[in-house]
Write a protein that binds this ligand. Structure first.
Ligand SMILES: Cc1cc2nc3c(=O)[nH]c(=O)nc-3n(C[C@H](O)[C@H](O)[C@H](O)COP(=O)(O)OP(=O)(O)OC[C@H]3O[C@@H](n4cnc5c(N)ncnc54)[C@H](O)[C@@H]3O)c2cc1C
Length: 520
């Protein structure tokens, strides 16, 4: 098939920036289509720390980013409350660290208007007993935890309810530029092989770390720096609040709670390309070592998985590592390079996605001569039933309260019932996403608990056969692909309890089901 479709705005990239922009435009009455080369949140939006920054982390070296984070932190707690756990944060200086840095931090927060409260070491240990004995100084901050999957899907569903479209598994492969404008965009559906042509009035490049590659398709140069960050997940929730080391930003200095687990991170490593990256055991070792300075028990914790993402940082090709490049966002009107209907939005933070969308939509509306203002700062993000299942710790509460007769648990670690799987499967068609374990995993907690999919994957595949979502060999291929994906995260943490678990998993899948290939 090679039909030509028209859309006022084509958004390239289904991360939180792309879907946030789609919602902003849709609420202003501008129809748009998002195209995503894989599934929603398959870039940095699905591989980050989930910290809703208060601005404190940047307050000493990047006041502008700090101010943006602070404003968006306050706003999102009101406008997207269902996606946020308002845990609060603690910035903690440990023995041996520079107390002068703590004093500068307190002053800078005051100057920037970020509410922080000084605590004594005794107070802080009472609040977070997992902290080590060597606390020198500590501040309570308004940091919080955000569920990046729920945030993206709530934005997507509201955008779609207001007329936006999404095409997943549809990478943009070419752009035809005629007389200073992109006239035709070629997409290839990677599931069917079909080619589609889209004729947009405006194209927004929201491709995150791939923004440079997308710009190249239009014959433009957009130098990007790729900063890989690795994170590791503990089997238990270690602290109630977000814990930060109070020192200049460095590796392994943040511990973010996520429902029943904690996530330690991150690192910042310059890499040459944003694809095919895996967390390594060396990175996990480093994170464990650094984290243990603040939380000594981290050395003994069972770690269930590691993952990594790539930060989209623009420019500064000579910077030694990603940390020295500012974390603010970049909005480029490519009219200045001769292409009048192309805009790029990249960089920034998950925390500032709404602001990035607002500024981009302002520019798009100006180009379309459509002077309608933004409303995402005053209209709360509605809750959609299919979005609740990615929230860590939500499923057990649901199961205890609202369980219906005959509604079996398919994922026992994260307590995801059959009804949740059905609810998610019903939504996939409209997103052009094939039914399968990976798609369900992006939209729920299946496979994310300690068993890493060992038991739930088989049950869910059987359920999909029962409901005729899968046919023929589809189930075993899907199972293999899902387990391979989980393996990528487990291979960097294989010692102690998790090693024993991996051996059990191998026995189940290879011994019982003769699936030699999932664990290469
Ligand atoms: C390790 C790490 C930790 C982080 N932690 C935090 C944090 O705690 N708090 C915070 O606020 N921020 C954090 N960030 C930053 C945050 O994750 C990103 O700023 C944000 O997710 C970027 O979203 P995006 O939509 O712009 O990009 P992405 O999420 O990367 O989305 C870009 C999308 O474009 C798609 N795409 C690429 N090429 C094409 C093509 N040719 N055709 C179609 N689609 C295409 C990709 O598949 C991808 O889905 C972190 C980032 C990393 C890497």
């Amino acid at each position: 098939m090679s039909a030509v479709e028209e859309t006022p705005v084509l958004i390239i990239g289904g991360g939180v920036t792309g879907v946030g922009l789609a919602r902003d435009l849709a609420l202003r009455g501008v129809p748009c289509t998002i195209v995503e080369r894989r599934d929603v949140n398959s870039g940095a939006s699905g591989g980050n720390h989930g910290l809703l920054h208060s601005g404190c982390r940047y307050v000493l070296q990047d006041v502008e980013t700090a101010a943006e984070c602070m404003r968006e932190n306050r706003l999102l707690k009101q406008m997207a409350a269902q996606c946020i756990e308002p845990t609060g944060g603690l910035f903690v200086a440990m023995n041996g660290e520079d107390l002068a840095h703590a004093i500068r931090f307190e002053e800078a927060c005051g100057e920037s208007g970020i509410d922080v409260q000084k605590l004594t070491p005794e107070e802080v240990l009472e609040m977070e007993p997992a902290l080590g004995a060597g606390v020198l100084a500590a501040y309570l901050t308004p940091d919080a935890v955000v569920d990046p999957f729920r945030l993206a899907f709530e934005n997507l569903f509201d955008a779609m309810a207001h007329g936006a479209n999404l095409m997943c598994f549809s990478p943009v492969e070419a752009m035809d530029v005629v007389n200073g404008a992109i006239r035709d965009v070629t997409l290839r559906n990677t599931a069917t092989g079909n080619i589609r042509h889209v004729r947009p009035r405006i194209v927004v490049n929201a491709a995150g770390a791939w923004a440079g590659k997308v710009a190249q398709l239009a014959g433009l140069s957009l130098p990007m720096v790729y900063s890989k960050g690795t994170l590791v997940i503990s089997h238990e929730r270690i602290a109630e609040r977000v814990l930060h080391r109070l020192r200049p930003p460095a590796d392994g200095d943040i511990l973010v709670p996520g429902g029943t687990v904690s996530i330690a991170g991150t690192s910042s490593l310059r890499v040459g390309a944003p694809d095919r990256l895996l967390p390594t055991t060396e990175e996990v070792d480093m994170l464990v070592r650094e984290m243990a300075v603040m939380v000594p028990n981290f050395l003994k914790m069972r770690l269930i998985r590691a993952y990594c993402g790539v930060r989209p940082l623009v420019g500064a090709e000579n910077a030694a590592d990603g940390r020295s490049i500012r974390r603010n966002f970049v909005l480029i009107d490519h009219a200045r390079e001769g292409i009048h209907n192309l805009v790029t939005i990249t960089g920034g933070k998950l925390t500032t996605y709404r602001l990035m969308a607002e500024r981009t939509a302002d520019l798009v509306c100006e180009k379309l001569h459509h002077p309608v203002p933004c409303t995402t700062d005053t209209v709360p993000l509605p809750e959609h039933a299919a979005c609740q299942w990615s929230e860590p710790g939500r499923a057990p509460r649901y199961w205890m309260k609202a369980q219906q007769a005959g509604d079996l648990l398919l994922c026992e670690c994260e307590m995801v019932p059959k009804s949740a799987i059905d609810c998610i499967l019903e939504t996939l068609n409209s997103q052009h996403v094939p039914a399968g374990l990976k798609a369900i995993g992006v939209r729920s907690r299946i496979g994310k608990g300690p068993c890493q999919g060992a038991y739930c994957s088989v049950r869910i595949v059987s359920h999909m056969y029962d409901r005729r979502w899968l046919h023929g060999r589809q189930g075993s291929d899907d199972l293999a692909a899902f387990l391979r994906e989980r393996w990528k995260g487990m291979q960097a943490v294989l010692w102690g309890e998790q090693m024993r678990h991996a051996e059990l998993q191998e026995a189940i899948h290879c011994g019982l089901f003769e699936m030699e290939h999932p664990l290469p």
